[in-house]
Design a protein around this ligand. Structure first.
Ligand code: CDP
Ligand code: CDP
Length: 219
């Protein structure tokens, strides 16, 4: 039986994974998985249930009980639309804290694998190519300089009409980079078989084109 094709897009925060992976999926008519949203949902659910982001065993239980639906740009947790609540920098930080626990990652593994449906999947996160879809047909490491990423986050927050301080965002990003790449369980890493896409001086469209080009050579 031929396996359902997966394109794994991993990289640090604000490198453009979501924007790029979503467009690649649209171009190919593939499904799209924003795996970071799942960790954000857990951080949010834990906060609502007053479970500490440091409590691995209880978090794993909360994770196992989550019912998640992605539908037309909205994300539902147990039937309630929560995408507004989970996209804050606070929930990004919470996500990276709950994500360090091996029990949590194990509890969320099958949920992520279930997104692998015909005709194919584009999945973005930190461990798509290393752990969740190690047999992905194409693996991409999408990155950009940290200052560029901080500027992108800053612009995003301003556009949403939120308060933002560039230096705070830069420091938070550096901390998140460290936490995500130095944890022992499924750290962010540039795999030797991954296509490097450095978007520091690239538009979203250019990054998409580069991935689609590589994809054509895979099939
Ligand atoms: O998913 P991830 O956190 O990696 O990044 P994103 O949310 O897709 O992108 C962060 C911001 O950077 C968005 O506002 C994108 O439009 C912007 N971006 C950009 O300006 N140029 C790129 N080449 C990639 C992303
Ligand atoms: O959009 P941004 O890149 O800032 O973050 P995200 O992709 O929504 O992920 C939020 C956090 O979840 C990351 O900082 C990681 O710690 C964690 N995460 C993970 O551990 N594994 C994944 N596959 C995706 C996200």
């Amino acid at each position: 039986l031929p396996t359902i094709p997966v394109i794994a897009v991993d990289g640090p925060s604000a490198s453009g994974k979501g924007s790029v992976a979503d467009r690649v999926a649209q171009q190919l008519g593939f499904h799209y998985l924003d795996s970071g949203a799942i960790y954000r949902l857990l951080a949010y659910a834990a906060q609502a249930q007053q479970v500490a982001w440091s409590d691995g065993p209880v978090l794993a239980q909360v994770a196992a009980e989550m019912h998640i639906q992605f539908e037309a740009g909205e994300i539902y947790l147990n039937g309630i639309a929560v995408s507004q609540h989970i996209r804050s920098e606070q929930m990004g930080k919470g996500a990276s804290e709950v994500a360090v626990h091996p029990d949590v990652r194990k509890a969320l593994l099958q949920t992520q694998k279930n997104f692998r449906q015909l005709p194919g999947l584009v999945a973005d996160g930190r461990d798509m190519g290393s752990v969740v879809f190690p047999d992905a047909r194409l693996k991409v490491f999408l990155t950009a300089g940290v200052e560029t990423r901080a500027q992108r986050r800053f612009d995003q927050l301003i556009q949403r009409g939120e308060q933002a301080d560039f230096n705070t965002i830069l420091e938070d990003l550096k901390q998140r980079d460290l936490r995500d790449s130095q944890r022992t369980s499924a750290p962010l890493q540039q795999l030797p078989d991954a296509l490097l896409v450095d978007t520091t001086h690239m538009t979203i469209a250019q990054a998409v084109a580069m991935i689609l080009d590589a994809w054509k050579k895979c099939i």
